[in-house]
Design a protein around this ligand. Structure first.
Ligand code: ADP
Ligand code: MG
Length: 725
């Protein structure tokens, strides 16, 4: 394999009674053939013309039996085919020189059968001799006439794709004729039937289609596929043997060319001149382009001429004086063919199914080997199988813990586990990327940087300036600058709200009033709820206080009226002369009732006053809580607003994959509020605004108590004064 090999060129001389002995001489080596042309045999021949030629070939076969011809020409080629080498045997020569006789032979006489039936016989004989191999044989029979392709076996039953018209197709495996029927033959007899069928069709076609059969090329192909019967061998070989009976090589103008004997005339069959060109190119080592596609014949034989196949040429000559011109050109053709070298190579293919089986076997063996190594190295229970879901989940958890810092290192177990660890790193990383992104998306409405239409729409809406900054925003006091919160105008602005929500980027934060509404609905919702609750309690207390005040005033008026009435009674009594009994003043019933009424009124007055005092304290306290809540709401909103829309660039960078902050180490909210200002603010917030913050509560409690006491004293003094009156 791989060594270069010359094409074998043989000459077969057709027996004739009129053999030109003086003109054609055979060398003793059975390889040489000399042609001598007598000058005086031709009229008008120029004197200095060449008259002698000598051709050396691989063998000159004269008076050779079909048997010997086969042995000499074909036997090796056929036996090599069963080893995977392609082979080509071609018969070339003028019409009547014996090409068909050599190739097919006399089909009516077994002894005179040609190369073709003998080749089929040899193939089946060799198959019998090789029980170790499963060998299949297929045949096809193609005729090329006038650049048209004919399937000589189209009349035979055939299961396979039939494509009309037939086309020559090239693929990496070689050249094949699409649409040509290829018949499986399991025994010699079948093969012969096909051959005879083809021969018959060839003759019938030449009559019915008015073909000149000497001008057609016939290619009988035997396809061999050999597989070892032992399971272990996944390799199999394929080959094909092309047996080619070429058209007659006779030239134009022969009958009129007496004065130009030595000048080469043109082939009648044009494709033979293309064949010759291809042969010349193949014989020229410097040529790298071979014109195979100039005609159907050379195209169909592209992978059978030269290349990697065993190639044999039989040149049939007709040894009569009248045919000397054709004999000369045939021998020239044979000499050219001898220059062609080929590099026969086995067509090896791989059986995928067998290969898988063999690899599985090897895998099992290697696993056993590995187990032995593990036990020798005291490594137990190492599993080399693919991981299941639970194992993968465990590795995922290891990777997460490793990233969080809670796992120091991940132990290496085997290659598969290492690969899975890397795999899970990728999984975790992409999840974290998504988390960061969705966190950002929750906070920011994103606009595609390249979406100029969206950006300019936002600019037009006056929400951002040309630089993408929010209108009225730089000092952070965006309230009340004419941009109403969208949430308060759901109907009219719903369109722009949508745009705003979906397309604003972090660099273009929403106006504060808008953001504040969002904040109150989202992160600030709890504190906002408390704020509102406190405010409603405050309002309710205020209302009650004012009602109580009104009642107190009413009582006060009645007290005054009652006092007046009592004073009137008193002065009346004094005018009428008082009754005194043992130091006690005697008063009438009317005056007594007024005294009782006054006493009740004062009691009522005191009670109401007490209520009012309590209410006022509560109002005060609630007012304080409301103020606190409002303060906290605003402070937290500021923090949230800054966090959400003014995250410093460098901080954003550190959050990105590959940034200095390891994902999973810290909650995002912590990272975002790491700025010094924010920390200070947070401290202040804790001190001043947390409800129940110890200092503030006791302070206010004390203040309220003090005021309550003060009010109480004042009221009591007032009452005492009133009482004294
Ligand atoms: P070709 O195919 O080259 O046109 P054929 O093979 O048809 O020529 O041969 C022409 C005739 O010569 C046929 O009748 C054939 O039987 C006969 N013939 C050719 N070669 C031999 C041979 N070597 N021995 C006997 N007869 C031959
Ligand atoms: Mg013929």
């Amino acid at each position: 394999m791989g060594s270069r090999k010359k094409v074998h060129a043989f000459v077969r001389v057709r027996p004739t009674d009129d053999f030109a002995h003086e003109m054609i001489k055979y060398g003793d080596d059975n390889k040489t053939i000399d042609i001598h042309l007598k000058k005086d045999t031709r009229r008008g021949v120029v004197n200095n013309q060449q008259t002698d030629w000598s051709f050396k070939l691989d063998r000159v076969l004269h008076d050779a039996s079909q048997d010997l011809v086969y042995e000499t020409v074909a036997k090796d080629v056929v036996s090599q085919a069963l080893n995977g080498f392609n082979g080509t045997i071609m018969c070339y020569g003028q019409t009547g020189a014996g090409k068909t006789y050599t190739m097919t032979g006399a089909t009516e006489n077994y002894k005179h059968r040609g190369i073709l039936p003998r080749a089929l016989q040899q193939v089946f004989k060799m198959i019998e001799e090789r029980p170790t191999h499963a060998i299949t044989v297929r045949v096809s029979y193609l005729e090329i006439y006038n650049e048209s392709l004919f399937d000589l076996l189209s009349t035979m039953p055939y299961v396979g794709p039939s494509v009309t018209p037939m086309t020559i197709v090239e693929n990496p495996q070689g050249v094949f004729i699409k649409g040509l029927s290829v018949h499986l033959t399991s025994q010699e007899e079948d093969a012969f039937s096909l051959l005879f069928e083809g021969e018959t069709n060839r003759i019938i076609a030449s009559h019915t289609m008015n073909k000149n059969s000497s001008r057609s090329h016939c290619i009988f192909t035997i396809y061999v596929e050999a597989r070892s019967r032992t399971l272990s061998d996944e390799k199999y070989v394929t080959s094909k043997i092309n047996l080619v009976d070429l058209a007659g090589s006779e030239r134009l103008g022969k009958s009129r060319s007496e004065g130009r004997v030595l000048k080469e005339a043109t082939y009648i069959n044009k494709s033979l001149s293309f064949l010759e060109q291809a042969i010349i190119a193949l014989g020229d080592q410097k040529r790298d382009h071979i014109p195979f596609r100039q005609c159907k014949l050379t195209h169909a034989l592209k992978d059978s001429l030269g290349g990697n196949c065993n190639m044999v040429l039989v040149t049939n000559i007709y040894g009569e004086a009248a045919q000397l011109e054709e004999t000369l050109s045939s021998l020239r053709f044979a000499s050219r063919m001898k220059l062609v070298t080929t590099e026969p190579a086995i067509n090896e293919k791989y059986d995928a199914e067998r290969m898988v089986k063999n690899l599985e076997k090897e895998l099992a063996l290697l696993k056993q080997e590995l187990a032995i190594h593990d036990s020798l190295a005291n490594r137990t229970l190492v599993n080399y199988d693919p991981m299941d879901e639970i194992q993968i989940a465990e590795i995922n958890s290891q990777v997460r813990r490793y990233l969080e810092g809670t796992l120091e290192e991940i132990d290496i177990i085997n290659l598969r586990q290492i690969q899975e660890v890397f795999n899970q790193f990728r999984v975790v990383l992409s999840q974290q990327e998504q988390e960061v992104e969705s966190t950002l998306r929750r906070k920011y409405t994103l606009i595609d940087k390249n979406d100029y239409a969206a950006i300019s729409a936002v600019q037009k809406a006056g929400l951002v300036d040309a630089d993408g900054h929010l209108v009225g925003e730089p000092d952070g006091q965006g309230f009340g600058l004419g941009v109403a919160p969208f949430s308060t105008k759901p109907g009219k602005k719903s369109k722009s709200k949508k745009m705003f929500k979906e397309q604003l980027r972090p660099s273009t934060p929403p106006a504060k009033p808008v953001a504040f509404e969002d904040f109150k609905n989202e992160r600030g919702s709890e504190i906002n709820r408390i704020f509102k609750e406190n405010k409603s309690i405050l309002n309710e207390r205020r209302k009650r206080a004012s009602e109580t005040t009104q009642r107190i005033n009413a009582i006060k008026r009645e007290i005054d009226m009652t006092k007046e009435a009592l004073n009137l009674q008193k002065s009346l009594r004094e005018k009428q002369g008082e009754y005194e009994k043992k130091g006690l003043t005697i008063i009438d019933e009317e005056e007594f009732l007024l005294v009782l009424k006054l006493r009740d009124l004062k009691k009522q007055y005191r009670m109401e006053h007490q209520d009012l005092r309590d209410l006022r304290a509560e109002v005060q306290y609630c007012q304080h809580l409301v103020d606190q809540c409002r303060h906290r709401l605003l402070t937290e909103f500021d923090i949230w607003y800054n966090e959400s829309f003014f995250v410093p660039e460098d901080l954003q960078m550190t959050l990105k994959p590959g940034g200095s902050i390891r994902p999973g180490m810290m909650p995002l909210s912590k990272i975002v509020s790491l700025g010094e200002d924010d920390q200070d603010r947070f401290g202040q917030l804790q001190q001043t605004t947390l409800p129940g913050g110890p200092d503030s509560v006791s302070f206010y409690n004390a203040k309220v108590k003090m005021e309550q006491k003060h009010n109480h004293l004042k009221t009591m003094m007032g009452l005492q004064q009133a009482h004294r009156k």
